[in-house]
Design a protein around this ligand. Structure first.
Ligand code: HEC
Ligand code: HEC
Length: 301
């Protein structure tokens, strides 16, 4: 075949010597630029495998002269984020909660961190969406009706020490006494009076009799108009939001055998940064109140 090579007269290019039915193939050389690019990629490939991890070995791969690894890069990235978070966490622990909301980046950091704290530690009682569980007396944290207080400081206090638990001496505490000593008519009258406070259907005559019983037995905690008392976590009885239900049977049950909510303290379990973060999160759910004046600020801890 080599014998058949010749110069094609039309193009001046050598042929390969192949000939099919008189049709011959030109041996056109590869373009220069293409060849050089090809050689460059080969050289690049060799250099790359020397500098970077490349050749698979029995255990692992060659590490390359630069010592680069994607794993190392991730570790460095995590360290960087943690370092910047360390600053934020530090600031969160020391900031005055009354003005946290004004510090936009710190507040955002707190709320985001608080969201995962809530999902991990609070949602089993208060519900994933913080809507509460009425049947168990776990309050809704989305509304602006607060048993113990809705400023960020008050919420943090509740979270830190908990409610009616035996572990923390500073836990919020109060107790509604049972009224099982009342005569059935007295209980009936009191329930009707309580329902009249929030305009629920009631027997007006019975409610009239219940008014005096209420003043004697209930107003010291729930207030003369039923507005409640946050000092002792006594619910507002004159609004549409109920911790334990607004039906006749619910209220009667609460009078005969008061159920008391218990919440564990979180200070030791979470630490101050997470307590503050989750408080900022709860505060931001919709019902958070602004700290007003000295009173709110001093009741912080
Ligand atoms: C074991 C169940 C339980 C867990 C877990 C729990 N709570 Fe509570 N929480 C309660 C109960 C019960 C009450 C209502 C107590 C009462 O009746 O006064 C309450 C009340 C509150 C209140 C007061 C609401 C108000 O109206 O003043 C806040 C705020 C609160 N919880 C936040 C949290 C946060 C934040 C977490 C997670 C760190 C958490 N809770 C975990 C049971 C729980
Ligand atoms: C010593 C204070 C105290 C007294 C007195 C008291 N309560 Fe209460 N009451 C409370 C507290 C605290 C709660 C909240 C219980 C809880 O958080 O689980 C409560 C809860 C209730 C509830 C449930 C409210 C809801 O939102 O579901 C009703 C109803 C109620 N009380 C009615 C009465 C009536 C009627 C009387 C008088 C006959 C009375 N209470 C006397 C402290 C008191």
């Amino acid at each position: 075949m080599t014998d058949n090579r010749k110069i094609d007269p039309t193009t001046g290019t050598e042929t390969t010597g192949h000939s099919w039915d008189g049709i011959e193939e030109l041996n056109t050389p590869l373009p220069r630029w293409w060849l050089w690019t090809f050689y460059a990629t080969v050289v690049w490939g060799v250099i790359y495998t020397i500098l970077y991890p490349a050749w698979p070995m029995v255990s692992g791969a060659t590490t390359g002269l630069l010592g680069y690894s994607t794993r190392g890069e991730v570790a460095a990235e995590i360290a960087r984020v943690e370092l910047s978070n360390a600053d934020l966490t530090e600031s969160l622990v020391t900031v005055d909660l009354g003005v946290l909301a004004e510090n936009e980046p710190l507040h955002r950091f707190a709320v985001q961190a608080g969201r995962s704290v809530f999902a991990a530690h609070c949602s089993q009682c208060h519900g994933a969406g913080a809507g509460g569980v009425k049947a168990s007396g776990y309050p809704n944290l989305l509304d602006d009706d607060w048993l113990w207080g809705g400023t960020m400081q008050e919420i943090a206090h509740t979270v830190r020490h908990g409610i009616r638990n035996e572990e923390d001496p500073e836990a919020r505490f109060s107790q509604m006494p049972p009224f099982d000593w009342m005569e059935p008519e007295e209980l009936d009258a009191t329930v009707h009076y309580v329902r009249s406070l929030s305009d629920l259907p009631h027997d007006a005559a019975a409610a009239g009799q219940g008014a005096a019983l209420y003043v004697d037995n209930c107003s010291s905690c729930h207030g003369s108009e039923g507005l409640g008392d946050r000092e002792i976590g006594a619910p507002n009885l004159a609004d549409a939001i109920w911790l334990r239900g607004d039906s006749y049977a619910d209220i009667l049950a609460q009078l005969k055998a008061p159920r008391m909510g218990v919440m564990p303290p979180w200070q030791a379990r979470l630490g101050e940064a997470e307590v503050r973060a989750v408080s900022a999160y709860v505060h931001g759910l919709g019902g958070g109140e602004a700290a007003v004046g000295e009173a709110a600020a001093t009741s912080a801890d």
